[in-house]
Every structure is written in structure tokens, then in C-alpha cells.
Design a protein around this ligand. Structure first.
Ligand SMILES: Cc1ncc(COP(=O)(O)O)c(C=O)c1O
Length: 366
């Protein structure tokens, strides 16, 4: 007979996201367009696919627990030392490890109300106390986040830049200034999952000597490898070393390690994908506009479309889209939940969206 610890007994019995596969099983049909999970429908580099195919025959071997080659390659690519890079099972996995290292029951942690929920999920899982700061005009409110971190003597403060679910973005100078003002005993997590989508890559230079901040990035978005589960973080070498005390040493799949290496080496693919993301965002904005809907300016690979009424209305739009075979998601909390969030995709997907949205609005109004 098992006995759950008190913490686990009292946790909600759900994970942050219902996957599209679950929804497909519920509707007994696959989606026609998968535009809800901010994956890259444009896919990975052909070179990465070939590298993963080559590595598949060696899958009987564990992956390299040091992630040596990928850390070396990333260090070179980013201009930092390999001791300043930690690799893990996506940003989600790294957020879990970091939370485990820092949060114990009662530890105060600051995030934005309605921000990327997997972080809060980990914090709650380790018994941390979340302080949720509202968005300001669809932006994560940096001033309020820092103020709350200071006021509550928080140990962690989380900021996604660009943000998910709104796609908004703070310029490099704003972030640099924020880093200077992180309270002494607090670590700032900057989640840069969508960093490659940022126009001009306007983010502060990496400075792993700075103990106040950890920057997290991923191969899931612009690199188009969400299913491979490869994320990395750049931080002070002591913090990176601490991950080795808790991380799952054989957590990385060797096929993914090889795929990420090849993907990193194919920056032409990234440039092409960046162009396609920008093009598709324009198309989504035009589709919204032709339905008299506003959009939020996005620096990510998705666009939040304001459905113009409350969360229930947006939910009905989303449900109709789903019935028509279009998978999209929406923010969880008011007032952000007036929006639906549509991931970019190829023209064929945009066509499906263009045809489905007017009917979804009509259904929602009925
Ligand atoms: C802000 C943010 N962080 C992290 C992730 C997950 O990244 P990964 O696939 O590397 O775990 C996502 C995915 O949607 C995201 O939006």
C-alpha cells in the first residue's frame, strides 16, 4: 500500500495542459490544423532529421549523460563557456530541476497571473507559495514583478520574454535594467523559449557571471523539435554545477542530442523559419482583421486574437474551431482570456483558419 506524502496528497490532480492528442481522442478524429501548442509546423532542419535517422540504430545505447558535444557546440554558438550551460528535457524539465533546487514548502515565488503555467505547476509541486502579479496592457508587468519579489522576499521571479500566452516582448534595455534591480536573495528566471522569433534578436547580451539571472532557451520552437525535448539554460557556473546534483543523468535521448547538434549547425534553416514565422503572423493578423477582430503585437511564433467579448465567448469560438478541426488554445485567466492564441503555420493551415474563423464567430454569437 502506498502512502503519498502530504504535499502530493493535496496537489490538484491535473497537469497544466490537455494535449491535442487527448482532444483528438475525445472528438474521435484528428485535427486538420494543429495551431495550438506553439510548435513549429514548419518542422526541423532536414539535416537534423537525417542526423536523428542515423542515430536511431544506436538507440540501444543511453545518451551521453554529460551532453558534452551539444554543450560544446552551444557554448561556441553563444560565446560562453560550456560550464555555463546546462541541458535538460526542454525548458519544462529545467524549470522542474531549478524549482526543486530552490523551492521548499513556503518559499515565496513571483510570477504573472496567467503566465506560462508549467512554472507555477512545478512551484506548487514543491510546496512553494505563488505570488501572482496581474499583466498590464497584455504585458508582463516587470515593475510589479520586481516590487512583489522585493516585498515578499521571494526566492524566484519568473518572466517569459517574449511572453506566452500574449506574445508581447520587452526590449533588451528594459530587461537589462530589470536584472540590475533583482532583489539580493532572489533569482530571475528569464524564459526565452521564443527568443529566435524576436525581431533583430533584441535581447540583452548573455552574462553568465551574473548570479542574479538564468536564461532558458529551447529547440522546441523555432528549431521545430518540440518532440525531441531539448532545452538549455545559460547561468553562472555554480548554478549550472548545482543542476548536476538533481538532474536525471540519462534524461536526454541520444537521438535528440544528435538532432539538436545538427539543427544548431543549420542556421540557414533558422533564418528561413524566422521569415516564415513573420509571414504567417501577418496572415493571421489579416484574417483577424477581416473578421473585425484586434490582435496583440507578437514577438513569438503565435498571435493572440482578441475575440472582442469575454472569456466565455472566446471559449465558444475555440470550441467551434475545434469542431471544425482547428486546434488552438487560449489564455486561462481574465482579462487575457478574451483572446484565442493561434500558432503560425504554412499557408495550407492559414487557409483552414481563414475558412473556419467566420463560422466559429457565428457559432459563438448564436
Ligand atoms: C514560455 C514557454 N516556456 C517554455 C515552454 C516549453 O518549452 P520546452 O518544450 O523546451 O519544454 C513553452 C512552450 O509552449 C513556453 O511557451
Amino acid at each position: 500500500m502506498f502512502v503519498l506524502n502530504e504535499l502530493t496528497r493535496n496537489l490538484p490532480s491535473h497537469v497544466p495542459f490537455v494535449g491535442p492528442e487527448t482532444l483528438e481522442r475525445e472528438r474521435s478524429a484528428p485535427f486538420v490544423s494543429r495551431l495550438g501548442a506553439n510548435e513549429s509546423v514548419f518542422g526541423p532542419s532536414q539535416k537534423a532529421i537525417e542526423a536523428m535517422q542515423r542515430e536511431a540504430v544506436k538507440v540501444w545505447r543511453y545518451g551521453d549523460p554529460e551532453n558534452h558535444d551539444l554543450r560544446q557546440a552551444l557554448a561556441k554558438h553563444l560565446g560562453v563557456k560550456d560550464a555555463e550551460i546546462i541541458i535538460g528535457e526542454g525548458i519544462d524539465g529545467l524549470l522542474g530541476y531549478l524549482t526543486r533546487m530552490i523551492v521548499r514548502p513556503g518559499t515565496k515565488v513571483v510570477t504573472s497571473l496567467g503566465a506560462y503555467p508549467t512554472f507555477s505547476y512545478h512551484v506548487t509541486g514543491y510546496g512553494g507559495e505563488l505570488i501572482n502579479v496581474p499583466y498590464r496592457d497584455n504585458y508582463e508587468d516587470i515593475e510589479a514583478l520586481l516590487e512583489a519579489a522585493d516585498h515578499h522576499q521571494a526566492s524566484l521571479v519568473y518572466l517569459a520574454n517574449p511572453d506566452n500566452p500574449m506574445g508581447t516582448f520587452h526590449q533588451a534595455s528594459v530587461i537589462s535594467d530589470a536584472i540590475q534591480r533583482v532583489p539580493e536573495t532572489c533569482l530571475l528566471i528569464i524564459d526565452e523559449a521564443y527568443f529566435e522569433c524576436v525581431p533583430d534578436q533584441n535581447v540583452p547580451p548573455l552574462n553568465p557571471d551574473d548570479q542574479r539571472v538564468i536564461r532558458m532557451r529551447t529547440f522546441s520552437k523555432t528549431y521545430g523539435m518540440a518532440g525531441a525535448r531539448v532545452g538549455y539554460a545559460i547561468a553562472h557556473r555554480d548554478l549550472v554545477a548545482a543542476f548536476n546534483r538533481v538532474r536525471n543523468h540519462f534524461g536526454m535521448c541520444r537521438i535528440s542530442q544528435e538532432g539538436a547538434l545538427a539543427a544548431l549547425d543549420d542556421q540557414d534553416h533558422i533564418s528561413r523559419t524566422q521569415m516564415r514565422i513573420a509571414e504567417s503572423k501577418n496572415i493571421i493578423m489579416k484574417i483577424a482583421e477581416s473578421n473585425d477582430l484586434d490582435t496583440i503585437d507578437s514577438a513569438a511564433n503565435f498571435v493572440a486574437i482578441n475575440c472582442g467579448r469575454d472569456g466565455e465567448f472566446a471559449q465558444r469560438v475555440l470550441q467551434s474551431l475545434s469542431r471544425q478541426g482547428v486546434f488552438v488554445r487560449m489564455p486561462f485567466v481574465a482579462p487575457l482570456n478574451q483572446c484565442i492564441r493561434v500558432t503560425v503555420g504554412p499557408k495550407s493551415d492559414m487557409l483552414v483558419l481563414e475558412q473556419a474563423l467566420p463560422k466559429a464567430l457565428c457559432d459563438a454569437r448564436a
